[in-house]
Design a binder for this molecule. Structure first.
Ligand code: 5GP
Length: 192
């Protein structure tokens, strides 16, 4: 999506070589009109009766606002996985461990069992796809719930970190609005 690539060129900041800061339009400050346009693109890709999306799933915190704006054309609820440092969670919840490369720690994502059922057709929405651990965790939870994963709508995929490839190999349809093949403070961002 040219609009997303242009926006990253204009407002993205490369930090430590591997982290793209997009705090002025995607994280922290959210450009609502821009994200709504992105949501329409996800609807073009994943909407309609054939996909039959019943729920949009994301991870707290940065994914929530984006997922809500993208859910408008779909007219379906957004469920977000909560993050916890403990692996020792009881009660009626699905859990999956996720290793965060940006923070260097493992956390647990959890979703109440009451919010996912075997009839659900789930679309993941997330800001970044890097090594894919977060979405692998959500996919494991959907599998445990018997829900169907329709696909993943990603704002920015860093293809060189391999997460997209791993999810696609798993049979998940991944659609990314911008696909970065390399980036560095010297060379800037190179798109696929
Ligand atoms: P993954 O699980 O795919 O390795 O990482 C996905 C999560 O890490 C995203 O939800 C996002 O919060 C964070 N992340 C990964 N790479 C970047 C990046 O370059 N910039 C920002 N702002 N977040 C990132």
């Amino acid at each position: 999506m040219k609009l997303m690539e242009d926006r990253i060129r204009k407002d993205g900041i490369i930090e430590n070589g591997d982290v793209l800061k997009v705090g002025s339009f995607l994280n922290q400050q959210i450009d609502v009109d821009f994200i709504r346009t992105c949501g329409q693109e996800f609807y073009r890709l994943f909407g309609g009766e054939q996909s039959g999306v019943t729920k949009i799933l994301t991870v707290e915190a940065s994914g929530i606002g984006l997922a809500c704006l993208c859910a408008i054309p779909f007219g379906v609820p957004v469920v977000f996985a909560k993050k916890s440092k403990s692996n020792n969670i009881s009660g009626e919840v699905y859990t999956a461990p996720v290793y965060s490369f940006t923070h260097g720690t493992t956390y647990t994502v959890m979703i109440p069992k009451s919010l996912l059922s075997p009839g659900d057709r789930v679309l993941f929405i997330d800001d970044f796809l890097a090594r894919g651990a977060a979405l692998e965790g959500l996919a494991d939870i959907c599998h445990a719930a018997g829900a169907t994963v329709v696909g993943a709508g990603i704002f920015v995929e860093k293809t060189y970190q391999g997460g997209g490839e791993a999810l696609r190999k798993r049979g998940i349809r991944v659609e990314s609005l911008a696909r970065i093949r390399s980036m560095s403070p010297e060379e800037g961002v190179q798109f696929c």
